[in-house]
Design a binder for this molecule. Structure first.
Ligand SMILES: NC(=O)c1ccc[n+]([C@@H]2O[C@H](COP(=O)([O-])OP(=O)(O)OC[C@H]3O[C@@H](n4cnc5c(N)ncnc54)[C@H](OP(=O)(O)O)[C@@H]3O)[C@@H](O)[C@H]2O)c1
Length: 245
């Protein structure tokens, strides 16, 4: 049986979770709240069958599981507001970098949850498995110790943005070489999808996959070496570690 879930804050992340869970067939179990009616109207339109309301306390009162998806600086205030209704309920937070004694499980999903493709990290805790079961319905889920939550957030939560930058860079190169932007986007995306399929199907290490497309003295190695001269690997590693400072 699916629990009744209240998502407090139906913005980018909360909205993506709602849409993902709706696609997983859970619409009738979901109640979402927001600060403005416009956000609720948008969600109602996109997700028939959900319940949307401005009243956080009422949403929590009727739920078994509460997912906090407001901005980090609102977490304390919202928990204080819903505290009287929280007794016996599982409180999950997806807010980055905020800790509170009442939160049962810290979870770091990404917005691909909307398409059932999130890479989600669940922090080890007594009720982590319950949260992992729920977030496993909108993508892949890893239960990790607290020390790895920041790394997970950088690789997967923020990682979506870094992958977008790589795709944009490929597009800009493609346009400079003569493709229209839409064609360049299609080419870059399909190439990335092909690379992912190659790794998924073969289980190869990326460097072994690179060997398969690199002819000695050929053109692929010339491009790869340009990336090295521009410190591409180092830039990616520094990018991922920047948010941990
Ligand atoms: N975006 C990501 O990729 C991502 C990934 C992982 C984790 N997170 C975490 O998710 C949280 C939300 O981020 P976001 O990007 O989704 O922000 P967002 O788009 O601004 O969404 C926040 C939502 O909270 C609603 N809200 C504001 N005050 C509220 C209140 N008092 N009660 C109920 N709802 C309220 C807003 O309503 P209105 O729309 O009506 O203003 C909005 O829908 C953050 O803590 C962030 O760290 C985000």
């Amino acid at each position: 049986m699916v629990n009744k879930i209240a998502i407090i804050g139906g913005g980018n992340m909360g909205g993506a979770l709602v849409k993902g869970w709706v696609k997983a067939g859970m619409a009738s179990s979901l109640t979402v709240t927001a600060h403005t009616q416009q956000t609720l109207d948008r969600l109602n339109e996109a997700c028939p069958g959900i319940t949307a309301m401005l009243d956080n306390k009422k949403a929590v009162e009727e739920a078994d599981v509460v997912v906090l998806a407001v901005k980090p600086w609102l977490v304390e205030q919202v928990i204080t507001e819903i505290m009287p209704e929280l007794k016996g309920k599982l409180l999950i937070s997806v807010a980055a970098g905020v800790r509170h004694e009442r939160i049962d499980v810290y979870v770091m999903p990404n917005i691909a949850a909307e398409f059932g493709e999130s890479m989600t990290f669940v922090e080890e805790a007594e009720k982590a498995e319950q949260a992992a079961e729920l977030f496993g319905r909108v993508g892949q889920c890893k239960v990790v110790p607290q020390r790895l939550m920041g790394a997970g957030m950088m690789m997967a939560g923020c990682g979506i943005a870094y992958v977008m930058r790589f795709l944009r860079a490929m597009m800009e190169g493609g346009v400079e070489m003569g493709f229209y932007p839409d064609e360049a986007k299609e080419i870059a995306m399909q190439t990335m999808q092909g690379a992912i399929s190659l790794l998924e199907e073969t289980g190869l290490h990326p460097e072994a996959a690179i060997d398969k497309v690199t002819t000695p003295g050929g053109i692929t190695i010339k491009g790869l070496n340009e990336l090295d001269h521009a410190a591409f690997n180092s830039a990616v590693i520094r990018c991922l570690k920047a948010g941990l400072k």
